[in-house]
Write a new protein. Structure first.
Length: 192
């Protein structure tokens, strides 16, 4: 049983329910990248966020751990994280969870970047926070998939929104970037 700090704290997660409640929300995904886990691919993690103030991503098979606190920076295995300084899409690495969920605007973006790569789920966001990846796109995601990565990306200097540019981890979809490429990537994905 998860011991909560306050009696009105609630836990929200894929396996835990979606109670909106009135207290602080702990947002948990016990196994992010479940399909990887099931197939023996070592890219899966446990994601924990206290709303938007504390986040931990732990990938035991790697073994790696990332964390952040609002205003306190982001870290991986004890070292500070910082997103890349890439300023042009043509020089960028773009990651995505699945191409089948996107249409022509995404494919045009993928053709425009230096290197499109299929590193999905938590992994693409951690690579972005480490400065290895410049733009990450996810067509389908939930709050428990995004809450912890969003804080880590932001504290590393990046940005995470939905595909409409709304500042949310609320789910549906996501675009994360080093911040420098965010608006141009949003515009490319909105192209008709």
């Amino acid at each position: 049983m998860l011991a909560l700090e306050r009696p009105d704290d609630i836990v929200v997660g894929e396996e835990l329910g979606h109670d909106a409640g009135t207290g602080r929300r702990w947002i948990v995904d016990p196994i992010d990248a479940t399909k990887n886990y099931v197939r023996g691919i070592p890219l899966f993690a446990t994601l924990i966020a206290l709303e938007d103030s504390v986040a931990v991503v732990s990938a035991p098979a790697l073994p790696r751990r990332w964390w952040a606190t609002r205003g306190g920076g982001a870290f991986a295995d004890g070292r500070p994280l910082s997103v890349s300084r890439i300023e042009r899409l043509e020089d960028a690495v773009l990651t995505y969870t699945s191409v089948r969920d996107f249409g022509e605007p995404f494919l045009a973006l993928a053709r425009r970047v230096w290197a499109p790569r299929g590193f999905g789920d938590f992994w693409q966001y951690m690579l972005l926070a480490e400065g290895c990846v410049d733009v990450a796109v996810e067509a389908s995601a939930n709050l428990w998939d995004l809450a912890a990565p969003k804080l880590i990306v932001e504290e590393a200097g990046g940005r995470l929104t939905d595909l409409d540019g709304n500042d949310t981890a609320g789910g549906g979809n996501a675009l994360a970037s080093n911040g420098l490429l965010h608006e141009v990537a949003l515009a490319a994905l909105r192209a008709e």
